[in-house]
Design a binder for this molecule. Structure first.
Ligand SMILES: Cc1ncc(COP(=O)(O)O)c(C=O)c1O
Length: 422
């Protein structure tokens, strides 16, 4: 770089550093205001978001909604970027900000920063594995029918291309509500064979919200000789505290655009240090080797919208400032309320785990004598309630996924309205 270029680049860099610093302090002020509320009630929290007042949002499991403060930071980063895209993509301050975002995510999940790759979503994380793990013809990848398609299809596709085996076993969802933690672990571990080299587990599945005993399953699977344990954390990250060291798994894919409320298309992939060398990168391009020894080598190396990656760090800060344990307790209270109302209703059936420890903030309910798709469509059109129906083979439920700014009053109104359809 000649002297003039150097000066231009560093001058711009200093400007950017100041600009990022100013976004950060504005964001910190917003978080401070929230924290200053004597009691962070659901109504106060709701005002921190941009949701249409006519909408009652019970669908955080499909996609989250960004808080004002996080969204403003995102817009500010985008503006900085457009002021000089060249600096935005490749200058030092943005590199430093990307590093900070990675460190925040790592602290949030209790792992090392060089075990985190920024992806776009959970599906991308699982595709990396299906394409890049060292599997050969006798090796089996094992997963259940509770697995989301985003963590399943890649295995059948690459099994065909690469010659290994993908085996999906059936879980009868109707058996689950009464199951103990030990029963849930056995569902998976009893399926392991001498050929099982990869075991895939959802941390929290997307239909009935089983909070899987991941650490227990992983420990038994290791004893039985499974080499790689890959977890789908799409519904868990941000919904419950996740401690990757405690879980003891090799890979953990996440979609923070759901419960961490980050920009859409921001994902994460944890790749345990000890197994990084065994995985082949999917994205391959120039200069990549400088990231050897870090999960960063598995990231997409083409031009990337860094503003959203930086904002992911702010979204993590937002969630951390709310106190994840407190929010988890609050969401559990909502779940308990919903469950009590379902039990008291003759036409409604709770399809999710009954024990709080095995359930989550995502639950399935059958409304007898109705088609769940019609109920969901009408409740949205006529009353602005947003939730997801599941309708296949002998399954017919609505899925509720409530977050910390939802209220007991919204639940009570749901039950008044639902009576119109039963
Ligand atoms: C359990 C689970 N896994 C994976 C996915 C796929 O997520 P993404 O589309 O962000 O890759 C979802 C999406 O709803 C999910 O619920």
């Amino acid at each position: 770089m000649n002297r003039r270029n150097f000066l231009v680049k560093s001058a711009g860099g200093v400007g950017l550093l100041a600009a990022i610093g100013s976004v950060r302090s504005g964001f910190a002020r917003e978080l401070g205001k929230l924290k200053d509320q004597a009691a962070l009630t659901d109504t106060v929290l709701r005002r921190a978001y941009m949701l249409d007042p006519g909408v009652t949002y019970f669908n955080h499991g499909s996609i989250g909604t960004m808080p004002h403060a996080v969204h403003s930071a995102h817009v500010a980063y985008l503006k900085i970027c457009e002021s000089n895209p060249w600096y935005y993509m490749w200058s030092e301050p943005w590199e430093a900000a990307r590093k900070t975002a990675r460190e925040k995510l790592a602290a949030f999940l209790n792992c090392d920063a060089d075990e985190i790759a920024f992806t776009h979503n959970t599906t991308e994380g699982f595709n990396l594995l299906a394409a890049g793990l060292p599997l050969t013809k006798d090796d089996e990848v094992l997963y259940s029918t509770l697995n989301h398609s985003g963590a399943s299809h890649c295995w059948t596709h690459y099994a065909r291309l690469r010659g290994y085996k993908a085996r999906q076993f059936s879980i009868v969802m109707d058996d689950i509500p009464e199951m103990s933690t030990t029963d849930l672990a056995a569902l998976y571990t009893s399926q392991i064979t001498a050929n099982t080299r990869v075991l895939v587990i959802p941390h929290i599945d997307n239909i009935i919200g089983v909070n899987h005993p991941v650490a227990e399953i992983a420990a038994i699977a290791r004893q039985k000789g499974v080499e790689f344990i890959a977890v789908d954390g799409a519904q868990a990250v941000g919904m419950i505290p996740v401690d990757l060291k405690e879980l003891g798994v090799d890979f953990y894919a996440g979609s923070p655009h759901k419960w961490v409320q980050s920009p859409k298309g921001t994902g994460l992939m944890y790749i345990r240090k000890a197994v990084q060398e065994k995985l082949e990168p999917f994205w391959v391009t120039w200069g990549q080797q400088r990231w050897s020894g870090s999960a960063r080598i598995f990231e997409d190396y083409g031009t990337r919208n860094l503003a959203e990656v930086l904002t992911l760090g702010d979204a993590v800060d937002f969630q951390s400032s709310l106190n994840v344990e407190h929010m988890t307790r609050y969401r559990n209270m909502l779940r308990k309320h919903f469950l009590a109302r379902v039990k008291a209703h003759s036409q409604l059936v709770w399809k999710s785990p009954l024990a709080e420890a095995n359930g989550s903030s995502l639950y399935g309910v059958e409304i007898k004598g109705t088609d769940s798709r019609e109920v969901a469509a009408k409740m949205f059109k006529e009353h602005g309630y947003v939730f997801r129906p599941f309708h296949f083979e002998n399954w017919n439920t609505i899925r509720l996924s409530l977050n910390a700014f939802n209220t007991s009053a919204e639940i009570d109104r749901f039950f008044e309205l639902v009576d119109q359809y039963v």
